[in-house]
Design a protein around this ligand. Structure first.
Ligand SMILES: *Cc1c(COP(=O)(O)O)cnc(C)c1O
Length: 358
């Protein structure tokens, strides 16, 4: 009865609620540094907006077009409001793209490792995913990606900066790559972490939207905006595609609280700037620490770092017993750590060096 593709599916494994995990491992106050959430919380302006929401509106359907949020994001990015497609998290946008464009036996190209949901949704649609391994320095193998394009290729996913490697691809390199992509192949640039990039003044691929009509840009409020619980993501879509994609979208996918929260979060850019500064300091501290430890890592432009950790499973368990959840299982003997507060980073680094010293 099930679709052939669905029968053999490997589901995305979501984070367990911390209370459940704490009970399971018998450790109190676990710090979660496995999901790239904002350790500094959420802008207080969001709380104010949410608390002041008119509860009487609960009975009404939300604004299916997210008009206020749409206008705010359009102003912020300097794009047309009609170009924006909102989703219940970027997760939904990834699903929606796969659902809108992929047919059975189409090919999807992606660097590997990258965010696992691109593959999941491609497989649900019966498409074939072609993984192009990253280079030894952690960067995308753009040459191999360009060579990997065939007559069957429909989508190319580029997460920039990439999760889990943390590496950033410049707009110049991206433009060079896009020039080699046929106009009937859609390129999806997932900028979930773009706000964390400090190595470039204008890190976003936004200007490329004017040059290429086969480009979609994806953003989320879950990471730097500290709003993961509210589930708001969006895509900037070429005008020619937007009507069809809106037709595929569920009509009331974003509730009013989420719309309100995202708008308040966007308005507080001071909070974002503060987070970015603190994350950059954390990045420096982790880079120095891993160098000192002699552990291989990729240069990060995000709020996490991916590093080679001999005996990774044991280390992950040791850290959990000492109150820190980090992300394993992305590559054998590698771990991904989300940066925490100054105190958390210090404590976690101390635990790692203790583990390897013994
Ligand atoms: C976290 C993440 C997402 C999903 O974000 P949501 O908006 O919370 O669904 C998408 N892409 C990448 C690369 C991510 O790391």
């Amino acid at each position: 009865m099930l679709k052939k593709a669905v029968k053999k599916l490997q589901p995305y494994i979501p984070e367990e609620p911390l209370s459940v995990l704490e009970k399971k491992v018998g450790v109190a106050n676990i710090v979660r540094l496995s999901a790239n959430e904002n350790p500094f919380g959420t802008s207080p302006k969001v709380k104010e907006a949410v608390v002041n929401w008119q509860f009487n509106d609960a009975r009404y359907y939300p604004d299916g077009d997210a008009r206020n949020l749409r206008q705010a994001v359009a102003d912020y990015l300097q794009v047309q409001p009609e170009q924006l497609l909102f989703g219940c998290g970027l997760d939904e946008i990834i699903e929606l793209i796969s659902r809108s464009f992929l047919e059975v036996n189409d090919e999807v190209l992606e660097p590997w490792p990258t965010f696992s949901e691109y593959k999941l949704h491609a497989e649900i649609e019966g498409a074939t995913v072609v993984d192009v391994p990253i280079l030894t320095n952690g960067k995308f193998d753009l040459e191999a990606l360009a060579k990997g394009i065939t007559a069957k290729t429909k989508l190319i996913w580029l997460c920039n900066p990439n999760n889990p490697t943390g590496t950033y691809l410049s707009v110049v390199a991206l433009r060079q790559f896009l020039q080699q992509v046929p106009p009937n192949v859609l390129v999806l640039i997932d900028e979930a972490y773009i706000d964390f990039v400090t190595s470039a003044k204008q890190p976003s691929a936004l200007p490329l939207l004017k040059e290429f009509s086969n480009l979609l840009l994806l953003r989320t409020f879950s990471k730097v905006y500290g709003l993961a619980n509210f589930r708001v993501g969006y895509a900037v879509v070429p005008p020619i595609l937007i009507a069809s994609m809106q037709a595929v979208r569920l009509p009331y996918n974003l509730n009013s609280l989420s719309q309100l929260a995202a708008q308040a979060a966007l308005a507080d850019q001071a909070f974002i700037q503060q987070t970015v500064v603190r994350v950059e300091q954390a990045r420096q501290s982790w880079t120095e620490f891993l160098k000192q430890q002699g552990l291989k890592f990729y240069p990060s432009q995000t709020n996490f770092i991916f590093f080679a950790a001999p005996n990774a499973l044991k280390l992950k368990d040791y850290l959990l017993q000492h109150g820190f959840l980090v992300r394993g299982g992305l590559r054998p003997d590698w771990l991904r750590v989300t940066f925490g507060t100054v105190a958390q980073n210090k404590q976690l680094q101390h635990l790692i060096s203790t583990f390897y010293a013994s």
